[in-house]
Write a protein that binds this ligand. Structure first.
Ligand code: MIC
Ligand code: SF4
Length: 646
């Protein structure tokens, strides 16, 4: 009784751990998903575990990020993923089938089940009442091998939704409002559980926009109840029999509560270069646009693009604007085609892109130098669009569509009434599942193809008895994994080639970093709060590992990146006294005598600067994580080889 929805799903999946808040728990995982840019590493690691067949109820390998084949590299990765998936019992979703989160929501997600995905936006499936968590590839590989997922028991924050969205106000504005209030670190260590009368007014695609972008709060995940709207969505997907009703107990007790009156929200926009720099659209109105991009796992559902089509119907995109639209899935594209919406989009002047991540991860459509792009995406970190100085704004599809017509960021409420949409009568959600390759019942006969782009991954060593290392970089707050290991059309093809990626580590922040780290024989990174926010890419740990980085000392860490550092044997140390952050400078040397003894003994780790100052650091880890670190990484702990082959 008095249980939150989160507590109910966790209780049904608990594989160990303590009930104390913040203590580590082990959660059984029903389903996994990988995508292609994190998937190659995840499957190399899975192979290293020597488990013949995945032990989940269902695992899917999507190919959605690396869909530009400018050379053999992405094609090699896809061939590897397709063959390794068939061999080990994983469904392969071919390139063009859509973005992992949109497709998973449509075809596989189930209320009340757990999902672990090697992508930070895996919580999208929380829109249908799934407990869906993003993680590094190695953690997903462990889950595919039947192991639990370990996490610090999060606080549960109730988001009480009341009222109803006003015309021109969208689900995107709900999550932008939360980002405005709580910032990109406000969700760390928390699960956001939505409810209240306002929740019932939102459809599954709207809920999925909100749970998707909960990742930008740093949240562990976000979840909606499974109710009549969920049932309608599952029935439309031909999966009505997989629906179950699920909700928190009416008197459930939460750690925190936030209330949002949907009726009081207005259209919002996130300014360059952070998703939490949110203002009313009216405050940015009049900004001249070069590009409008609609799509990404946040806003690429049929209902989003149907609304866009209705706004654009019979009109013309401003001549100065390039409008690009990437439908989230082939199902969405087929529905746009069948309904006539596709014709309206094309006639208005939209460029229709493949059903994939595309411009969201810099795979094409980089804006011009100094260009301004308005996007329906979830991240606008510096350089992520592929153009270092471009200004990227984030807003709803409604704001994007109206702004594409005017050529300026426009408050849609000054654009007349929203056009009527006709979603409820729209049947035929199916585009057929024929871009899924289902694995054969036995995979032993299948040869896994590894092209020359698939390189062995680096392996951590046990921590040294004593450490003396130079601070090779001093960074500020909110360093993103895009900062640490940039990703765009030029680099994504090398996700299975760590030596190549290493040359570009911190490229946008400090291009000399790789050379300096190599010259120092590795070293230490010092950073501010929320280090490693954003993506789940473990390359942001693997590449520093390859460059010899031994530790990151920060004011605080983002959840997934912290876990990735531990998994690859890099120490995530905290400042016991934040004033020490100010005292340390790039080039300083830190000596940690008896490092391994100190790690084994407990939380405090004392270090000395060359000037004789003692800096007290904290290794705030669970007993399991301490073992992983002492073993030099998770694969070493399991006694496995590090070259990806069993
Ligand atoms: C992202 O949106 O940053 C990505 C690209 O989807 C990443 C995964 C990756 O880096 O491959 C994520 O969100 O985890
Ligand atoms: Fe793809 Fe962008 Fe979603 Fe990441 S955030 S999964 S790159 S669409």
């Amino acid at each position: 009784m008095r249980q939150t929805l989160t507590a109910k799903i966790l209780a049904a999946h608990l594989a160990g751990g303590s009930p104390a808040p913040g203590a580590e728990i082990a959660v059984r995982i029903d389903q996994t998903l990988t995508q292609d840019s994190t998937g190659t590493m995840a499957y190399l690691q899975f192979e290293a575990m020597d488990v013949p067949r995945v032990r989940t109820k269902l695992s899917v390998a999507y190919a959605d990020h690396n869909t530009l084949q400018c050379g053999f590299e992405n094609a090699d990765d896809h061939r590897y993923i397709a063959t390794v998936a068939a061999r080990h019992g994983v469904i392969f979703s071919k390139p063009g089938n859509g973005i992992c989160h949109q497709v998973h929501l449509e075809r596989f997600g189930r209320p009340g089940w757990t999902l672990l995905g090697s992508d930070s936006h895996t919580p999208t499936a929380g829109g249908i009442g799934m407990l869906a968590i993003g993680a590094g590839g190695l953690d997903v590989a462990v889950a595919m091998a039947g192991g639990p997922y370990y996490l610090a028991r999060p606080k549960v924050c109730r988001v009480e939704l009341i009222g109803k969205l006003a015309p021109w106000v969208a689900a995107k504005d709900v999550i932008l409002e939360l980002l405005r209030r709580l910032t990109v670190k406000g969700g760390v260590g928390r699960i956001f559980e939505y409810g209240g009368p306002g929740a019932a007014t939102l459809s599954v695609p709207e809920r999925a926009t909100i749970t998707n972008m909960g990742a930008e709060l740093g949240a562990t995940t976000s979840i909606f109840p499974s109710d009549a709207a969920t049932e309608a969505f599952m029935i439309a997907q031909g999966r009505g029999c997989e629906w179950v009703p699920l909700a928190a107990d009416p008197d459930a007790v939460y750690d925190e509560t936030v209330t949002i009156d949907l009726g009081k929200l207005e259209p919002l926009v996130a300014l360059p270069h952070s998703p939490d720099d949110v203002v009313p659209v009216s405050a940015a109105a009049g900004t001249r646009l070069d590009q409008v991009a609609i799509g990404s796992c946040t806003n690429s559902s049929y209902s989003d693009l149907h609304k866009v089509a209705k706004i654009l119907e019979g009109k013309r995109v401003d001549p100065g604007v390039s409008l690009v639209i990437a439908p989230g899935s082939r199902q969405v594209l087929a529905m746009l085609a069948d309904s006539g919406d596709l014709g309206a989009l094309i006639r208005a002047g939209a460029r229709i892109l493949e059903c994939a991540c595309g411009p969201c991860i810099g795979m094409g459509q980089a804006p011009r130098t100094g260009g301004v792009s308005l996007r329906t995406f979830n991240r606008n970190f510096p350089g992520r669009s592929g153009t270092p100085g471009a200004g990227v704004y984030l807003a709803s599809p409604e704001v994007a569509a109206v702004s594409a017509l005017t050529g300026l960021i426009t408050d849609p409420r000054h654009y007349g009434d929203p056009p009527a949409t006709a979603l409820s009568g729209r049947a035929g959600h199916s585009a057929g599942d024929n871009l899924f390759i289902f694995p054969p019942p036995k995979g032993d006969g299948i040869t896994v193809d590894r092209g020359p782009n698939i390189k062995p991954f680096p392996r951590a060593a046990r921590p040294p008895a004593d450490l003396a290392a130079t601070v090779v970089l001093k960074a500020g707050d909110n360093i993103t994994t895009d900062d640490i290991m940039p990703s765009h059309a030029g680099l994504l093809p090398y996700r299975s080639n760590i030596p190549h990626l290493a040359e570009f580590c911190y490229a946008g922040v400090d291009a000399a970093f790789p050379a300096r780290a190599k010259a120092a024989g590795g070293g230490i990174i010092v950073a501010g709060a929320n280090y490693g926010q954003g993506s789940s890419r473990e390359h942001a740990a693997l590449v520093p590992l390859y460059l010899g980085i031994k530790a990151v000392i920060a004011k605080s860490f983002a959840r997934i990146h912290r876990a990735n550092l531990i998994n690859f044997g890099i120490l995530p140390l905290l400042f016991a006294d934040p004033a020490d952050y100010d005292a340390l400078a790039a080039g300083d040397t830190l000596a940690v005598a008896r490092l391994t003894d100190q790690i084994a003994a407990g939380e405090a780790v004392a270090a000395q600067t060359a000037a004789g100052r003692t800096v007290v650091l904290k290794l705030a880890v669970s007993p399991r994580e301490r073992q992983v670190i002492l073993a030099g990484g998770l694969l070493n702990l399991a006694g496995q080889g590090g070259d990806g082959r069993a």
